[in-house]
Design a protein around this ligand. Structure first.
Ligand SMILES: Nc1ncnc2c1ncn2[C@@H]1O[C@H](COP(=O)(O)OP(=O)(O)OP(=O)(O)O)[C@@H](O)[C@H]1O
Length: 581
């Protein structure tokens, strides 16, 4: 039951309703058992021909059936209400928690995995609470109460039933031994298949060019093989026990055993007729009541896995709550002794870095891959919060600003910009929903993407396909720039935005950038020295630290990383010029 603790923790908010549903279910179970006992007396009365008793018992039985039925319905009613309540509570808790989580966590976990928790896991718990909880208590209460009743009728019959139960459950326990490990392996194998299928289908266009799809088909096939061998192994190891338990925990064999023994004891005179009938009815009823046990344990373990995922998500540390400050003194950006380590990593992505970007100036950040450039960009919109030091906008720590103020002051253009399935106009409007179509067009013109949009059959009303698949990388960049131009915020963060461009796109992009960056405070992360040469300040990063800082002339004159980068850049350029000649 240890793994199920998490399950009971998750359903705690609806515990009262759930307990009530279980009490009603136990009540209905008791009446069902009472009914079987009355039926035994009724058959006895029919046997002896006692008419008054027949009528009396018949009346009692009808009453019991009706009340038991009503209790059972009511129990399911209550458990369904509890399930709806739980679903609402969980959805509310999860969504309000998600709103407080670092954006970095959300983008990393991915919308697919989060939607799965919010939808599938919550729905699974709904199903468990609604349908399984009344059944759950019934499978426990029925055998216990029946055994008590059987002991009251005849201890020998009770002992026989108890023995059948113990042997059957023993085999079941053996069949379920290693279940956790096997279930884990089974789920892992199933996941591998899913991944292989997705990879096979999604990567098809690329894969077919290189290996005709054979290699990834082999991966899919071997995932399938692993899955099959786990199932075979499980059947081989536990199949016999499972079959034996299924055979023993079955009403028919129990009925036959009780019939043979009962007949013997009855003829011998040591078992009354009513006890004989009662033992047949109660004994078989008891075994029947535990038939759903196996499927219930499956439902419970799946619900426990879902609960664990929900609990883990709810345990993710939210961002420190934002302050209430609603304005900034100016757009100076300062990193003051900032250190940051990504959750789950040992090494620092940023190690004690400090720099200041003055209002209206252009700062470029460059350096080797993995040096920490993008991390600088991600900390500004609080994708994550710093571990040490502080980041200030004007003279305020960004953690003290209302989130709206931060977003209202800064625009971001990232390498992988979020393009969603809507019209081009609405994609540009994102973050400035009230903008008129004329304003949208103005922004698109400044971003050098207007002419391209006008060539499309529906112009600005053209639908962008999922993730902007019908646009080139450079076109998506320019759409994102148009979006940033329209939002017109005083601070601009650009992360590797020129990486997609070909020569033609680059000219357009540069022109778009000039329009976008006019009079703004800009931080641009870039590799292309041509792009950053004119920056007021260039920061060269290396292994999470700032190795050089200054303008182009100062850095080119130094004997550092930038100097080396500039040398190799000019050599490459000269080589190009020579080979063009
Ligand atoms: N989401 C993340 N989770 C864990 N570690 C990360 C994450 N993103 C980056 N890192 C690590 O942090 C360090 C800095 O990465 P960052 O992306 O900031 O470098 P970068 O200079 O922008 O590199 P590139 O030029 O390749 O984009 C690297 O060691 C990287 O592995």
């Amino acid at each position: 039951m240890a793994t199920d603790n998490v399950l009971w923790r998750i359903v705690r908010p609806v515990k009262k309703k759930l307990n009530f549903a279980m009490v009603l279910s136990v009540g209905s179970t008791l009446l069902t058992i009472a009914n079987l006992i009355i039926l035994s007396y009724l058959i006895n009365a029919l046997y002896t021909g006692d008419t008054t008793q027949i009528l009396y018992l018949f009346g009692m039985m009808i009453l019991c059936v009706v009340i038991s039925y009503v209790l059972r319905l009511k129990s399911f009613d209550v458990s369904h209400y509890a399930a709806f309540d739980l679903e609402a509570i969980l959805r509310k808790n999860i969504s309000s928690h998600l709103a407080k989580l670092p954006l970095g966590f959300l983008t990393e976990t991915g919308s697919g995995a989060l939607t799965k928790i919010l939808n599938e896991d919550v729905r699974l718990l709904h199903g468990f609470v609604a349908d399984s909880t009344p059944l759950f208590v019934r499978t426990y209460a029925f055998p216990v109460v029946t055994l008590v009743a059987l002991f009251w009728f005849d201890y020998r019959v009770a002992l026989v039933c108890l023995a059948i139960l113990i042997v059957g459950l023993g085999f079941l326990a053996l069949a379920m031994k290693n279940k956790t490990e096997v279930t884990h392996q089974f789920n892992k194998a199933k996941e591998d298949i899913n991944v292989a299928v997705i990879e096979y289908v999604q990567a098809m266009p690329v894969v077919r060019v290189f290996d005709g799809g054979e290699k990834s088909f082999v991966r899919y096939e071997s995932a399938l093989q692993r899955y099959l061998s786990i199932i075979t192994l499980w059947f081989k190891e536990n199949g016999l026990n499972a079959k034996l338990s299924m055979f023993i925990l079955n009403p028919l064999p129990t009925f036959i055993i009780l019939l043979v023994l009962g007949t013997y004891w009855f003829q011998e005179g040591s078992l009354s007729f009513v006890s004989f009938v009662a033992s047949l009815l109660l004994g078989t009823g008891m075994i029947e009541s535990i038939l759903p046990y196996r499927s219930l344990t499956n439902v419970i373990s799946r619900a426990a896995i879902s609960s664990k995922r929900i609990e883990e998500l709810l345990a993710v540390e939210p961002l420190a709550s934002s302050g209430e400050q609603t304005s900034v003194s100016d757009t100076t950006i300062s990193f003051e002794s900032v250190s940051f380590t990504y959750p789950g990593r040992e090494d620092k992505a940023l190690d004690n870095i400090s720099f200041t970007v003055k209002p209206g100036t252009f700062t470029a950040i460059t350096g080797a891959s993995g040096a920490g450039k993008s991390t600088v960009a991600r900390l500004l919109p609080r994708f994550w919060d710093v571990n040490q030091g502080q980041i200030k906008l004007g003279d305020t720590d960004i953690r003290n600003l209302k989130p709206e103020v931060l977003l209202d002051t800064i625009s971001f253009v990232f390498q992988d910009n979020f393009i969603f399935s809507d019209t081009i106009a609405n994609n540009i409007r994102m973050g400035a929903e009230e903008a008129s179509i004329e304003e949208v067009m103005e922004a698109a013109k400044a971003a050098q993407i207007h002419d391209f949009i006008m060539q499309l059959p529906d112009g600005y009303e053209t639908l962008v396909k999922e993730r902007g698949n019908n646009f080139s990388g450079g076109q998506k960049q320019r759409l994102a720039i148009a979006r940033a131009i329209l939002r017109n915020k005083p601070v601009l963060i650009l992360d590797e935005v020129t990486s997609f461009s070909d020569t033609e796109n680059e000219l357009l992009l540069m022109c778009a950038f000039r329009n976008l960056m006019k009079d703004k405070t800009v931080i641009m992360i870039a590799h292309r020295l041509e792009t950053i040469k004119n920056a007021d300040q260039i920061i060269v990063m290396d292994k999470g630290r700032i190795s050089e800082i200054g303008n182009h002339d100062q850095l080119a004159a130094n004997n550092g990383i930038y100097h080396a980068m500039w040398q190799s850049y000019t050599q490459a350029r000269n080589w190009h010029i020579k080979s063009d000649k």
